[in-house]
Ligand binder design. Structure first.
Ligand code: GLU
Length: 492
């Protein structure tokens, strides 16, 4: 199996496009075939120079290595269309010579006139075929004058065109809905239709996977294949990717490119798993699957023919599952770039680089609560704060006064100074005993301590947190809370 991923370098890679690449890659890996990357950059108007790098980066990030293509070469190099113009020009010449295509020097003004007339008569817009009978001498004159000359494919006079799509079965279009289309532009570059056919043939592509939005282009490709005497590859049009409101997934739904998801703290393995299920299912109720499990289970006949809904909440859930599977060390390593970035990470006052050892001890406190790597900074910032300035009103718990709170924290200080080892089971047991001795509910004592230690009312498990912070910091923070209570009492 030889499959190709053929993005156009027009900007960031949309998740729908990456899903196509994913299926290509999976098929190639499953069958021992080849995964080919080809850059379709013949539309110079939409060309964005950085986009090629973004494509490479995005594919690498999600773990799709290509067997042939830019950077790795291969028997059909180059794999960038603007470097392959002679091939397309030769194909266009062959099509002209056989009468399947012709040159056209109609001016943009004339094309506009034709369009307006068709509109007035309520006819489908399209080229009217004037140059099918163009005198070669006139064309030559146009050339001499420097007027643009393009090459158009001649459509069959009427009737239908059919092809088999692996997902949709037999698909039929009427030629009447199309008109003689451009295959070679006046700058000598091919249009998508010609380039895609020439390259898929030259690169011996056996299966073309692409989004359903391309299905209406396929009749044109069928025609070019036929006229060049090429055999069609197997066509596989993948279902659309829609937002939960069933409209096309676009910017207004939030992130749409893989880069954005990467920067938002999604793990590539979660993204891989999630995208694999956008339009395919393993045929059972498995959802969380490793890359290998997906490769093993994949088959083209279980690609769905109904649109796939891209549900970010579900992706977040899946990302959380993958985050929980990481060891503390792995999670710490993944978190570092997110915590060190600014803005979005820990406050700039926290010195970089972060100590991986301390982070590794900290992450189990919050691992269960992370949906994305970006969530961590807000959850663990208190572990890095040089000091906590708790609000006295928040330290004082229901049913307690400033004085009873201060004295209870004072007793806790003793525990913190003496507890041996300074580990959570000991801290937990000693504080439970203390609450009982003081006639407090554990919630009261622990609540006051939580605010003193973390500055927050909601925080990770208290005694585990204390253990991570260590004796010295805990003592300091509780002392500071007691001071703050004392000052507030004095003011009152
Ligand atoms: N260059 C097209 C794109 O940007 C590829 C379409 C196809 O795979 O044939 O998606």
């Amino acid at each position: 199996m030889r499959v190709r991923f053929a993005p156009s370098p027009t900007g960031a890679l949309h998740v729908g496009t990456v899903r196509t690449a994913l299926y290509d890659w999976i098929l190639a890996r499953k069958t021992g075939g080849r995964f080919i990357l080809r850059i379709e950059d013949t539309d110079q108007e939409r060309f964005v120079p950085e986009a090629e790098q973004i494509i490479f980066e995005s594919l690498r990030w999600i773990g799709l290595d290509w067997d042939e293509g830019p950077g790795v070469g291969g028997p059909h190099a180059p794999y960038v269309q603007t470097q392959r113009r002679e091939l397309y020009q030769a194909a266009a010449r062959r099509l002209i010579e056989s009468g399947a295509a012709y040159e056209c020097d109609c001016s943009p003004e004339r094309l506009e006139e034709v369009r307006k007339k068709q509109e007035a008569l309520k006819l489908a817009p399209g080229y009217d075929g004037k140059c099918r009978r163009r005198d070669p001498a006139e064309l030559a004159e146009s050339r001499r004058q420097g007027r643009p000359v393009v090459v158009r494919m001649k459509l069959p006079p009427a009737g239908d065109v059919s092809f088999v799509d692996l997902v949709r079965g037999k698909v039929t279009f009427s030629w009447a809905t199309m008109s003689d289309f451009v295959i070679l532009k006046s700058d000598g570059l091919p249009t998508y239709h010609l380039a895609v056919v020439v390259d898929d043939h030259d690169m011996k592509i056996t299966h073309v996977l692409r989004g359903e939005e391309w299905i209406a282009s396929t009749p044109r490709h069928v025609l070019i294949h036929e006229k060049l005497g090429y055999q069609m590859p197997v066509m596989v049009h993948l279902p659309l990717l829609l937002a939960p409101d069933r409209s096309k997934l676009s910017k207004r739904h939030g992130a749409t490119s893989v880069n954005e998801f990467r920067d938002a703290g999604f793990l590539p393995e979660a993204m891989f798993n999630f995208l694999a299920l956008m339009g395919w299912s393993p045929g059972d109720d498995r959802e969380v699957m490793t890359r290998q499990e997906i490769v093993d289970a994949f088959s083209l006949d279980r690609i769905k023919d109904s649109p796939a809904i891209f549900d970010r909440t579900k992706l977040e859930w899946m990302n959380g599952v993958y985050i929980r599977q990481l060891t503390p060390r792995q999670l710490a390593e993944r978190l570092i770039p997110f915590l060190e970035q600014s803005p979005g990470g820990l406050p700039p006052s926290v010195p970089r680089p972060l100590d991986i050892g301390y982070l590794e001890k900290s992450v189990p406190l919050v691992q269960d609560r992370l949906k994305t790597l970006r969530d961590a900074a807000d959850l663990i910032d208190f572990l890095y704060a040089p000091e906590i300035r708790p609000e006295p009103a928040e330290v004082v718990q229901k049913g307690m006064t400033v004085a009873t709170t201060a004295s209870s924290l004072g007793r806790s200080l003793q525990v913190l100074r003496e507890a041996e080892p300074f580990e959570h089971p000991v801290l937990d047991a000693r504080h439970r005993a203390l609450a009982e001795e003081l006639g407090l509910k554990t919630g009261q004592l622990f609540g006051a301590l939580r605010v003193a230690i973390t500055g927050k009312k909601v925080a990770p498990p208290l005694f585990e947190t204390m253990e991570v912070l260590g004796r010295k910091l805990c003592v300091e923070r509780v002392e500071r809370a007691i001071d703050a209570l004392g000052r507030s009492e004095a003011r009152a």
